[in-house]
Write a protein that binds this ligand. Sequence first.
Ligand code: NDP
Length: 401
Amino acid sequence: MAKIVCVLYDDPVDGYPASYAHDAAPDISVYPDGQTAANPKAIDFVPGQLLGSVSGELGLRKFLEGQGHTLVVTSDKGGEGCELEKHLHDADIVISQPFWPAYLTRERIAKAPKLKLALTAGIGSDHVDLQAAMECGITVAEITYCNSISVAEHVVMMILGLVRNYIPSYQWVVKGGWNIADCAARSYDLEGMAVGTIAAGRIGLAVLRRLKPFDFKLHYTDRHRLAPEIERELNLTFHPNVESMIRVCDVVTVNCPLHPETEHMFDDAMLAKMKRGAYIVNTARGKICDRDAIARALESGQLAGYAGDVWFPQPAPQDHPWRSMPHHGMTPHISGTSLSAQVRYAAGVREVLECWFEGRAIRDEYLVVDGGKLAGVGAHSYSKGDATGGSEEAVRFRKTA
Ligand code: NDP
């Protein structure tokens, strides 16, 4: 029988919800490229309820305990002696979410001799030292596509919010003001601007499709070029590298995974190559940007705005400069954990676990590492190595409520 350790974010400060704004979540069974959504044999949760926090347990307890397995659910994941570390020595499976990542560094993997599966309830497995996972024969899998559209919607919201100066304008209302000039002095139309995405995978392409009606000029760069008919349909300009694209863009949206090739892609030198007054929306991973270089660029005016929901480390300590830098529109890491998305990733986790315990193959599209090498989606989108360095800083976060 297996021991499964599941690291989830805390319940709401006022308690696990007793009621919800909607009675159900939409049922999405097929994604835009034809991939089917997760299809486990059964689920033990109510779609539309909060599954990603500790009390939600991803709807796994009945299923796992019914088969005689042990399930430990905790949000305590930082520093030596935390609940996660106490259970590593005999854990067979660790489940984690990118929103509240259980960083599985090489040191932690060494403390987990029985660990065979690191499962991401979401997309993006950079919180696992993939190099160490390859060397130790640990399978790493994620629920590809489960929340890609959720993130694309968030990106569009953040681009609109930054360019049209929504958050400061909202704050004037809350403060009792009617300060039209203050609001208008940093507000522009999107129409006619050039926007570019770093990567046109599931999220990047969905962002481009959603931005098309705004009459943006659309640009992209990626390791693999899109099909010519998609380029024509969206009137896309392809760039062979990031530098070429950012020179011409007013808005840059970052939609590639974090791996050694993309870590700190936006440093002082890269930011200096952008148009003065450009905006960045990064919902991919915080570490793709150099933390202090972003803050400096906002202070100097090289960037007009920065928004996103991803930080490094997570949770971000109270003194993380992205909490206080000018002209930002940051949220905690939430874009991929809407109640709608939770249905799909909880079902995906269940599907993977059913396969694992029944000895059936996990879908290739979910695999990141398998058999000691990058596999499936991992072989396509990641590079070898480790991007977890510095994650121990997350322990400096202190709960405020
Ligand atoms: P996909 O795998 O569909 O797309 C990733 C794309 O990035 C691929 O097209 C890949 O190229 C491209 N890519 C990889 N490395 C580079 C590089 N060095 N330069 C340019 N392009 C590169 O994944 P998704 O679109 O679904 O998700 C992307 C990322 O978004 C995730 O890895 C995760 O980090 C983040 N994410 C964030 C969420 C949130 O809640 N904020 C939720 C979900 C995802 P190719 O495959 O052609 O080699």
